[in-house]
Design a protein around this ligand. Structure first.
Ligand code: ZN
Length: 152
């Protein structure tokens, strides 16, 4: 099995069996909605923060397999991390998707599987959707307004 096939399997697995996918999250302090008009992806992300770390999160949405699978892998990679650490990981993912190198491969976990998507510029925003929503949710949490909405 080639790396491409392996990565494809990982993405498919997250799409079919999403982690952290739910329409509600008990005790969530922030909820953000992001969309990717280029593809029609819609994503809601809820975050529960405790002691400066992401205690839990839940995403829900309607979008292509790349966007939903990437949000699932994002959740798996960031739950339990301190906010600043999660932001740093999101930046590492963003750089990878823009072909600007590899950082924190182990921490990105299944997120690494999306590297191949970088070859398809129209799909990069799909893969980034969940991570950009995460950054917005953290910013909203810090800002205290608890609600955000944005087109990526
Ligand atoms: Zn998409």
């Amino acid at each position: 099995m080639s790396m491409d096939d392996l990565y494809h399997e990982i993405i498919l697995d997250h799409y079919k069996s999403p982690r952290h996918r739910a329409s509600e999250l008990e005790g969530a302090q922030v909820s953000v909605h992001h969309s990717n008009p280029l593809c029609g992806d819609e994503l809601d992300l809820r975050l529960r923060v405790a002691d400066g770390a992401i205690e839990d999160l839940a995403f829900d949405g309607d979008g292509c397999s790349i966007s939903m699978a990437s949000a699932s892998a994002m959740g798996q990679a960031v739950v339990g991390r301190e906010l600043g650490d999660a932001e740093d990981l999101a930046e590492a993912f963003r750089l990878m998707m823009h072909g600007e190198g590899h950082k924190r491969e182990d921490d990105l976990a299944d997120g690494i599987a999306f590297e191949g998507v970088a070859k398809f510029p129209v799909r990069v925003k799909c893969a980034l959707l969940g991570w950009m929503a995460l950054l917005d949710a953290i910013e909203s949490y810090r800002g205290g307004d608890g609600r955000g909405s944005r087109d990526d």
